[in-house]
Design a protein around this ligand. Structure first.
Ligand SMILES: *[C@@H]1O[C@H](CO)[C@@H](O)[C@H](O)[C@H]1NC(C)=O
Ligand SMILES: *[C@@H]1O[C@H](CO)[C@@H](O)[C@H](O)[C@H]1NC(C)=O
Ligand SMILES: *[C@@H]1O[C@H](CO)[C@@H](O)[C@H](O)[C@H]1NC(C)=O
Ligand SMILES: *[C@@H]1O[C@H](CO)[C@@H](O)[C@H](O)[C@H]1NC(C)=O
Length: 445
């Protein structure tokens, strides 16, 4: 397969658009504003509702063993327990998402040279990143060990299945990581790419596994207001009660849907419901209420997960995995004004506490709440969460910064402290995905 074709990333278009717009500044100012205050983080960490707290255990329970059916729920039907593994006779679950980064001398499963699909936008080593210590960490949940990604284990879990990442360029970043990780086990065939390179399909013939990415900025329907009077507005009309059919139509085909959204909401957008303008975000219009990004993200999640929850045509075994907010780490300025993310180590606990992550944890909190509402009230559908926000807040050292390039631009024009280097801490998302799918399989045998 050609790696070059995978380099045309949505993020580039996104960035180009951002170059031309004043609205991007709102986003940037918002980031700057948000990174300026530093007092609520600890409160949020301590108070944040933990979606898996009911599974937590004071004891150190071993993680699900690959080869053994780990739970004593074998005599229950999947329909009874798929939505509530906690009911498995008091079986306790480790909270994978609460923990810390610990040194890992063995580094990553792959390198910039051994991954055939690594895109230049994330190939930090190729574009001058000299420090390598940021690769030598692994995530250690407080209550258990998280197995490192194993391509064989993952591919056997998803044998014969179809899995899609649904979201923006961060969803793309996760599939790029997964492709690198899996390519150490089986080389995928690159079988489909649309003209804008926003929908991709890869196929792993030995495991009959189909891996896809579906591009959507908002999950809900959005109209680009396009160019008005010669300048790009970059304002979208969001229909909060309508789905973006580009992914929704494809859902019935899937066994696993990995869903995420957020970053495109942190800017000026107009909001519609029932075809009526109900408000806007990051806006300044005396006649239209600013309903806030939190509200808007929550609404979009409700619409998207609500659709999945009621989807009749969907696969009976469909597992939906919601990934929480991926934090950004600009310092010394913004993405195009000398902003940097040049740290080479994870934050210490002390640094995390003094770095303001309150707004990021608040987005996460709202996302988790919407997710739980749907999960708690849905019967016969499986929902999981990849709650990566806390772990990633600790990794200001994981972004490309100015070590990246694509056909439009490079790190000299602006720094990227939004996406993540490969290899790098984003590989954790797929360690977690493997663990969650493995546990899911164990609990619904
Ligand atoms: C590093 O890898 C080697 C060989 O795979 C393994 O034996 C060892 O336990 C690993 N070390 C750590 C700290 O995981
Ligand atoms: C576009 O320009 C025209 C003429 O200058 C003006 O009347 C109109 O309000 C502008 N439209 C917008 C959306 O700014
Ligand atoms: C990061 O950049 C800042 C500002 O230029 C500089 O003061 C700092 O020493 C740099 N940090 C590292 C680890 O290179
Ligand atoms: C969902 O259910 C869990 C477990 O019963 C509970 O802790 C949580 O508060 C519920 N969340 C919502 C939003 O209903």
């Amino acid at each position: 397969m050609k790696s070059a074709t995978f380099e045309i990333l949505p993020t580039n278009n996104e960035n180009r658009e951002m170059c031309n717009t004043g609205n991007a500044w709102r986003l940037v100012l918002f980031f700057l504003w948000a990174t300026g205050i530093a007092w609520l983080f600890a409160v949020f960490v301590l108070d944040s509702p933990n979606p898996f707290s009911q599974f937590s255990s004071k004891q150190n329970l071993p993680f699900v063993n690959n080869n053994a059916a780990p739970h004593n729920a074998l005599n229950q039907t999947p329909a009874m327990n798929i939505n509530s593994p906690k009911e498995n006779d008091g079986e306790k679950y480790c909270d994978f998402f609460k923990g810390q980064w610990v040194p890992e001398p063995n580094g990553s499963l792959y390198s910039q040279w051994s991954c055939p699909t690594i895109p230049d936008t994330k190939n930090c080593g190729k574009f001058g990143r000299k420090d390598v210590d940021f690769i030598n960490w692994r995530w250690k949940p407080d209550e258990c060990e998280l197995p490192r990604f194993n391509p064989k284990t993952f591919l056997s879990l998803v044998r014969g299945k179809k899995l899609a990442f649904i979201g923006d360029s961060l969803a793309r970043n996760q599939i790029e990581s997964l492709l690198c990780l899996l390519s150490q086990g089986e080389t995928p065939k690159d079988i489909y790419k649309d003209s804008e390179d926003r929908f991709r399909t890869f196929y792993f013939p030995s495991h009959d596994f189909t891996l896809m990415v579906y591009w959507t900025k908002f999950l809900v329907a959005a109209e680009d207001k396009g160019i008005i009077n010669g300048s790009r507005t970059n304002v979208f009309d969001l229909h909060l009660d309508k789905l973006d059919v580009n992914w929704a139509d494809k859902l019935p085909n899937l066994d696993y849907a990995i869903i995420s959204i957020a970053h495109w909401f942190l800017r000026m957008n107009n909001l519609y419901e029932g075809g009526r303008l109900i408000g806007c975000t990051e806006c300044n219009n005396p006649n239209v209420p600013d309903l806030g990004t939190q509200f808007t993200i929550a609404k979009a999640i409700r619409t998207a997960l609500g659709y999945i929850s009621e989807c009749k045509e969907c696969n009976r075994g469909l597992v939906t995995v919601f990934r929480t907010f991926s934090p950004v780490h600009f310092e010394y300025g913004s993405w195009n004004s000398g902003g940097k993310c040049n740290r080479t180590r994870p934050y210490t606990e002390e640094q995390v506490n003094s770095y303001n992550a309150e707004w990021e944890m608040e987005i996460r909190r709202r996302q988790v709440k919407e997710f739980e509402k749907i999960k708690n009230t849905t019967k016969g559908k499986m929902f999981e969460i990849l709650d990566i926000t806390s772990a990633m807040i600790m990794r200001p050292d994981g972004h490309p910064g100015h070590h990246w390039k694509d056909q439009y631009s490079d790190g000299k024009s602006f720094t990227d402290c939004v996406h993540w280097c490969l290899p790098g801490p984003i590989d954790l998302w797929n360690d977690l995905l493997m663990a969650v799918l493995q546990r899911r399989k164990g609990s619904s045998l």
